[in-house]
Ligand binder design. Structure first.
Ligand code: MLT
Ligand code: MN
Ligand code: ZN
Length: 303
C-alpha cells in the first residue's frame, strides 16, 4: 500500500492567508526550519495506479499538480483520472470544498457518513457533481467497502463535533455519531492496514481498542495545547471547543497513545498555531521523543 500526504495542515493551511501569527509570518518570510503546508488530505493506493483520496481539501488542485501519480495517464485518452474514489471524514470545509474542483465529468465514487451526505445534499452547489457520474455512497460504520484497485475501506465513529456551519442546529456539540469518522484502509492481499483520524475530540475506550497494536496511525495534530489559539490571541476557542484533542497534557494524544503500542504514529491536520511546525522547537523535540512524526506535504509511506 502507498500512502501519500497531499496536505498536512489543518483548515486554513500554513501559512493561513489572513494570519500573522509567529509561525505564519516566519513561513511567509522563508525562515529556515518552517515549511509551508496545504490543507488536510491523503491519497492511498494499492498498486500506484488507482487512488482513493481521503478528504478533498480546498487546495486539491495544487496538491494534484504536485503529485504526478494523480495526473491523467497518456494511454487513458483525452479525459481520465487515476482518482477512483474520495472518502471524507466529516463535512468541514477543509475536507469537502475540494469536491467542487473535481466536477469536470470524470467518474469517481464519493463515500461519506449518512450525516455528511445529508449536509452535502442540503448544499445545492454540490450538485455540480452529477450523481450519475459521481455516485454518493453512505458508509455504515463497521462495514467494509471494496474500492477500485482492491483496497478495503471501513469507517468508524470517533468523538468529534458537527461541522462549524451546522453548529446552530446541533443540540449537543460533543457527539459520537457519524459527524466525525475515522477511516481504516486495508489491503487484503498484503495485510497492510492504516487508520486515518484527522479530527478527534478524545481517545475513548472504543477508539483505543481499535488502535491498539496498529501498524500505522495518522492522527489529529491540530493543536499542541488546548489553550494555544487563545494564548496567541488568534481565537477565543479552546481545542476541546473545536472538537480537537491536543498533543500535550494528561488528557492529550501523546499520553493516550503511550499505552497503545502503535508502531508508527504520524500527526496530520496540524494547525498553523502549533509550535511543532518549527523544526527547532522544544515542542517538536517533545513529540518526536514520544515517538511521533510530523507529517509534511509529499510525505510517502509504503506498507
Ligand atoms: C476543524 O478542523 O475544526 C475545522 O476544519 C474548522 C473549520 O471548519 O474551519
Ligand atoms: Mn479541519
Ligand atoms: Zn497563523
Amino acid at each position: 500500500m502507498i500512502i501519500k500526504v497531499l496536505g498536512s495542515a489543518a483548515g486554513g493551511g500554513f501559512p493561513q492567508a489572513n494570519c500573522n501569527c509567529r509561525n505564519c509570518a516566519d513561513v511567509r518570510q522563508g525562515r529556515p526550519g518552517v515549511q509551508a503546508r496545504t490543507q488536510s488530505s491523503l491519497a492511498v493506493s494499492q498498486d500506484g495506479r488507482d487512488w482513493v483520496l481521503l478528504n478533498a481539501s480546498p487546495d486539491i488542485r495544487q496538491q494534484m499538480s504536485q503529485t504526478p501519480e494523480l495526473a491523467p495517464r497518456p494511454e487513458d485518452g483525452l479525459r481520465s483520472s487515476p482518482i477512483k474514489a474520495v472518502a471524507v471524514t466529516n463535512g468541514d470545509v477543509d475536507h469537502v470544498a475540494g469536491l467542487l474542483s473535481l466536477r469536470e465529468g470524470v467518474p469517481f465514487a464519493l463515500y461519506a457518513s449518512p450525516t455528511v451526505l445529508d449536509a452535502l445534499a442540503a448544499n445545492s452547489i454540490f450538485n455540480v457533481l452529477d450523481p450519475k457520474i459521481v455516485p454518493r455512497v453512505a458508509m455504515t460504520t463497521g462495514v467494509q467497502i471494496e474500492l477500485a484497485g482492491g483496497l478495503l475501506l471501513e469507517a468508524f465513529a470517533v468523538p468529534g463535533k458537527v461541522a462549524l456551519y451546522l453548529e446552530k442546529a446541533a443540540p449537543d456539540l460533543g457527539t459520537r455519531d457519524d459527524d466525525t469518522i475515522g477511516l481504516t484502509i486495508s489491503d487484503p492481499t498484503s495485510g497492510a492496514r492504516v487508520h486515518y483520524i484527522p479530527g478527534c475530540a478524545e481517545v475513548d475506550a472504543m477508539l483505543a481498542e481499535r488502535l491498539r497494536g496498529a501498524q500505522l496511525v495518522l492522527f489529529d495534530g491540530t493543536l499542541y495545547t488546548d489553550q494555544e489559539m487563545i494564548a496567541q490571541g488568534l481565537s477565543s476557542k479552546t481545542g476541546k471547543r473545536m472538537g480537537h484533542i491536543s498533543m500535550a497534557g494528561a488528557d492529550g494524544s501523546i499520553a493516550a497513545f503511550d499505552r497503545l503500542d502503535v508502531k508508527r504514529r504520524i500527526y496530520v491536520h496540524i494547525n498553523n498555531s502549533n509550535p511543532v511546525l518549527r523544526d527547532d522547537s522544544l515542542e517538536r523535540a517533545h513529540v518526536e521523543r514520544a515517538g511521533w512524526e510530523i507529517a509534511f506535504d509529499g510525505m510517502e509511506i509504503r506498507l
